[in-house]
Design a protein around this ligand. Structure first.
Ligand code: NFS
Length: 644
């Protein structure tokens, strides 16, 4: 069994590990004790792309001396195998983000066509701001005068063009031009401008099939093209179209950790990724009829909360509290107070169904591509054409289940306050010049040294490392050294649970320069920018910083670095790679599946810098991890002539 103290730094999680063990229910933490990962797979050098394999090419003890003669049956080298595996991870991650984006685009198209009455365009300003990138005019000439164009017409044209990004026959992705010109030119020179989103992913599957692409440099080049298609394509489209449909987030106050659940309320937990579902469930649960209905069943009300990136989506737009990170999902049920958990796609552990089986919890899958085989799971397929109806059904199920609680309820009392909902627009509002209307103040504070640099710290939890320890130590070390942190995903949740997403955290944890800026402006030192597709907000914020001037011409010139201290998903690899090829020095914690192929690893961590300005690194120790990022930031400051 897992040792709760060694498994997590978080009190609520520790208590729930103990609780689960008392009840004889295994969690991911226990399973991590009982099953160790495959050492060869971890090094990235197991090829199972054909049935002559799996071919395993372990590094000889003591490393490689002289020529590396390892090869598979077909002759593939360790570098080829590691590169193939690596870009297949990029493909998996880019596919996940982008298919999510496609679903949003489909809903947007049906809204623009006036086919789904339950969704509307909430943010027309955002729509108008993105239309020009698709070459969609926002004004028309009438009798020699420029007048505003009909918003429905604009929406339809944007929707059709956006939809087309997944499969258009020629050209390149529209959003690539949002990158700084210098970066766009680098991509063009390297021949990695994505043509359309799906094609780049498909091409990875083709090129990694046995006997196709055998040059690790050429393989990673396609990985680069697909990663760009994710960050500056599928993910960015997901973020933008979600903002158009559901509203661009602005700072909101809320809470985080399992303690947000309430014993005397119906607890309905939203877990997964696409706000298309969760937005409707939130709307349905907030209707007076549903609240009354809950009261009629003896509850004081309905407590919604979120897990994983759905949590981030409903947090940033509605202030709905966050219940759990990826690793705490089983625990939300083990509280005995989860009346229903509704899931869609991604990061949903199959074991939640087994845990739900030990309690009264109704587990509801909603997505046609993500179903569960266990008998206790209910499937309510969510369809944009009758979204509110489906959502109401889900909320009712949760309420009806309130009186069926069987186990003793044990909700850990731990939670913390958080301010979330930052984005490109609100950062501009808080840190822009009021009359220049750009990132002027932020840049000014970077140039004068109060802010040493910018870090994007993102990504998952991983049961192979102590839950939240890497996240929190890396972030604290950065802000202590005056580096402002932009966070998303489960790092955002971890920071929220630790109280780092409050303006008050500035005086406690920050160096004097960053503390002064945060106190003056009234922002937390760690700005939560949303879900993992919202890493596109970090890219755009970086592009804005470049645009505001004084800090070089490209993202790679900025005193900035990226990090994923506890990553585990393929999505994280895609994100890491699009950060790198957008010019960001990016450090991952735990492990990288490249260690068995030193030449390929070196290519990622050294050679890529010459092509794109960014590079990969691995550092397990969180303090060293942060220090490496700071060293890179200082190197960039020096190059800009703004040494502190
Ligand atoms: Ni990101 Fe969201 Fe969390 Fe990791 Fe999973 S929730 S998309 S993959 S685990 S950060």
């Amino acid at each position: 069994l897992a040792d709760p103290i060694k498994a997590s730094i978080d009190k609520a999680t520790q208590e729930m590990i103990v609780r689960a063990q008392e009840l004889g229910i295994d969690t991911v933490f226990d399973r991590a004790e009982n099953m160790k990962p495959c050492n060869i797979g971890m090094q990235g050098i197991c090829c199972k792309n054909c049935s002559m394999g799996p071919c395993r090419l372990p590094l000889p003890k003591g490393g490689i001396e002289g020529e590396d003669t390892r090869k598979s049956l077909c002759g593939a080298t360790a570098n080829t195998i590691a590169a193939r595996n690596f870009i297949r991870m990029v493909a998996g991650g880019a596919a996940a983000h982008s298919d999510h984006g496609r679903c949003v685009a489909e809903v947007f198209l049906s809204v623009a066509r006036k086919e789904s009455k339950d969704y509307q365009i909430k943010d027309t300003d955002k729509l108008l701001s993105i239309a020009p990138y698709f070459d969609v005019a926002v004004t028309v000439e009438v009798d020699g005068e420029e007048v505003d164009r009909d918003i429905d017409e604009i929406a339809l044209e944007v929707a059709e063009k956006a939809m087309n990004e997944w499969g258009k026959a020629e050209g390149e992705l529209y959003y690539l031009k949002r990158a700084p010109e210098a970066l766009y030119e680098k991509w063009k020179k390297q021949g990695v401008l994505p043509r359309n989103i799906d094609r780049e992913i498909v091409e990875i599957m083709h090129r990694t099939h046995i006997g196709v692409d055998q040059d690790y440099k050429n393989l990673i080049k396609q990985g680069t093209r697909a990663a760009i298609a994710d960050g500056w394509g599928g993910s960015m489209l997901a973020t933008d179209l979600q903002d158009v449909l559901f509203g661009t987030p602005y700072p909101v106050q809320s809470e985080a950790n399992l303690g947000v659940m309430k014993e005397d309320h119906v607890n309905l937990i939203l877990h997964g990724h696409e706000p298309v579902l969760s937005e409707m469930v939130v709307a349905a649960a907030q209707t007076p009829e549903m609240v009354e209905y809950a009261k009629s069943k003896g509850a004081k009300g309905i407590q919604l909360s979120g897990i994983c990136c759905t949590a981030n989506e409903i947090l940033q737009r509605h202030g709905i509290p966050t219940a759990a990170t990826f690793l705490q999902q089983e625990m939300a049920i083990i509280t005995g107070a989860c009346d229903a958990m509704v899931v869609d796609i991604q990061c949903i552990m199959q074991n939640v169904a087994n845990v739900a089986n030990c309690f009264h919890t109704k587990l509801i899958t909603t997505h046609p591509i993500a179903r569960m085989e266990q008998e206790n799971v209910i499937h309510i397929e969510f369809d944009e054409h009758h979204a509110m109806e489906d959502a109401t059904k889900i909320v009712k199920l949760a309420i009806d289940n309130f009186e069926n609680r069987r186990a003793e309820v044990m909700i850990p009392r731990h939670k913390n306050t958080q301010i979330a909902g930052f984005g490109v627009e609100s950062v501009e509002y808080h840190l822009g010049g009021s009359f220049r209307g750009s990132y002027y103040t932020l840049n000014d504070n970077i140039i004068n040294g109060r802010i040493r640099g910018i870090a994007g710290v993102v990504g998952c939890n991983n049961a192979r490392t102590r839950h939240n320890e890497g996240h929190i130590e890396v972030v604290k070390e950065l802000i202590k050294n005056d580096v402002i942190v932009l966070t998303t995903g489960c790092n955002g949740i971890a920071c929220a649970m630790e109280g780092l997403l409050t303006p008050e955290a500035a005086s406690v944890y920050c160096g004097p320069g960053l503390a002064e800026v945060c106190e003056t402006v009234g922002i937390p030192p760690v700005l939560h920018l949303g879900s993992c597709v919202d890493n596109s907000r970090i890219l755009l914020a970086a592009a804005e910083v470049v645009k505001a001037g004084g800090l070089g011409k490209d993202i790679s010139d900025l005193p900035a670095a990226g990090s994923a201290p506890e990553w585990m998903s393929e999505k994280a690899i895609s994100i890491g790679h699009y950060f790198v090829v957008s010019g960001v020095y990016t450090v991952f914690g735990y492990t990288l599946p490249t260690s068995g192929a030193p030449v390929f690893h070196d290519y990622l961590s050294k050679e890529l810098e010459n092509l794109y300005g960014g590079m990969w690194d691995l550092e397990v120790d969180p303090i060293k991890h942060a220090q490496k990022m700071i060293a890179h930031i200082d190197k960039k400051r020096k190059a800009l002539g703004i040494d502190r």
